[in-house]
Design a protein around this ligand. Sequence first.
Ligand code: DGY
Length: 327
Amino acid sequence: MAERPRVFVSRTLPAPQAVERLREATALDVWSSPRPPTVDELRERVAGCEGVLTMLTEAVDARLLDACPKLRAVANMAVGYDNIDVTAASERGVLVTNTPGVLTETTADMAFALLLAAARRLAEGEAAVRGGAWGPWDPAWLLGHDVSGATLGIVGPGRIGGAVARRARGFGMRVLYRGHQPVDGFPGERVSLAELLGRSDFVSVHVPLTPETTHMFNAATFAQMQPHAVFVNTARGGIVDQVALREALVAGRIAAAALDVTDPEPLPPDDPLLSAPHLLVAPHLGSATRATRRRMAELATDNLLAALAGERPEHLVNPEAWERRRR
Ligand code: DGY
């Protein structure tokens, strides 16, 4: 009987059936601590493996890949894969996969929850109730922004951006989007980034983190937004220059921001960003429902097992590595 491939999974998966499938098909090693492995721990555990199932917390870089010469596949349990040096993986013929599609609606729900919460100042209201600051009903207290009839600008009209746009239409919003190409059937008007920033009452970000999108939201872009605008980010923290965001909130250049992602994560409780007014921060919960996390784990498992069986995984992000392996 052929020896089973060695696989490391970097966190306990909320998907018993996926773990069972991995256990049957591979020699499985699962990281059981609730904290992620350190760089050294990851290197040590992946060193002799042919496959690894990672979270977005694991940096898979050239150093790690060089220390793991048997590695054939990295299955990331996330749609984003900015934690992986894909070029380095491709150069070494290592297949990299992600989990698109299964978290679209769940993440769009989170973006919309943040949009509504920021618009209606829910976090401030809740803090006031718990902090004893809830006085008699006041016609001018904690006034927010109407969502219905407002304009939403979507930066990144991909799957999640589209799902947010559909929700917005249900709320009677006008939708603008900024994308490199027109998107067939997208429920909104394609405009330049400058026009989107200038016209939107709400701006929601849905681009991947790449060198081009790093600090795409900075002092200059916040300055182009309307002073009553609300900024929502459920993509990646690195897309935003957080010093500039803090300044924009303090100076009232924008009205509010709601973030599900920050740089770094976790954001230290004494990070200056947290002292900004009208800021709501969630701890990267975009895909955090039981069903979605189970689907993500299942999909990452499908991808990994296909790659280890010599098949082309469905959600391969580096086809060049596949070509390289076939040469
Ligand atoms: C992803 O899949 O990239 C998300 O950020 C996880 O919630």
